[in-house]
Ligand binder design. Structure first.
Ligand SMILES: Cc1cc2nc3c(=O)[nH]c(=O)nc-3n(C[C@H](O)[C@H](O)[C@H](O)COP(=O)(O)O)c2cc1C
Length: 142
């Protein structure tokens, strides 16, 4: 089955409460499960960085919902590409709180092709490397 992924950043609407964000994520997880989409949503209190992956049809319908959501504005797509295999298959959606500096670092990292560095490589970590490092400690709390 072909797979694709999208990453974007956005700005939370000023009126978005913590309680409302929880509902948004629960709603997202429910829809993503049906669409076969997995991923993660980083939030620093003001900005979002979301990574989603799945079959093209499912991904398109999820991204359309994201683009329509009033809970955030200024959506900027960071990358969109085909994938050989899922990189973050753990959750249909999960919000992870992160520092603003971490989110900024991720947003300005190399997202091209959603590639990872090889372990022996001394190249700078890619965005997917950094995202994996953030997600890894959460996996035991799945
Ligand atoms: C930051 C953010 C991430 C979202 N992620 C997803 C998602 O992964 N899948 C999905 O189906 N909907 C997603 N949505 C849409 C919400 O689940 C929900 O339908 C929407 O936010 C409700 O509309 P409102 O924001 O206009 O109140 C997202 C919305 C926001 C604001």
């Amino acid at each position: 089955m072909p797979l694709r992924a999208i990453a974007y950043v956005s700005q939370a609407s000023p009126e978005l409460s913590v309680a409302r964000l929880q509902t948004v994520v629960e709603d997202a997880a429910r829809f993503n499960r049906l669409a076969g989409v997995t991923g993660v949503l980083l939030h620093d209190g003001q900005r979002f960085l979301q990574y989603i992956e799945g079959p093209p049809d499912g991904l398109d319908s999820v991204y359309e919902r994201i683009l329509q959501a009033g809970s955030h504005v200024d959506i900027v797509e960071l990358a969109r590409s085909h994938l050989g295999q899922r990189q973050f298959p753990y959750w249909s959606m999960r919000a992870l709180p992160v520092d603003a500096s971490k989110l900024r670092q991720l947003a300005s990292s190399d997202w091209s092709g959603f590639s990872r560095t090889v372990e022996s490589d001394d190249a700078a970590p890619t965005a997917v490397d950094l995202l994996s490092a953030l997600v890894r400690p959460m996996l035991s709390a799945r």
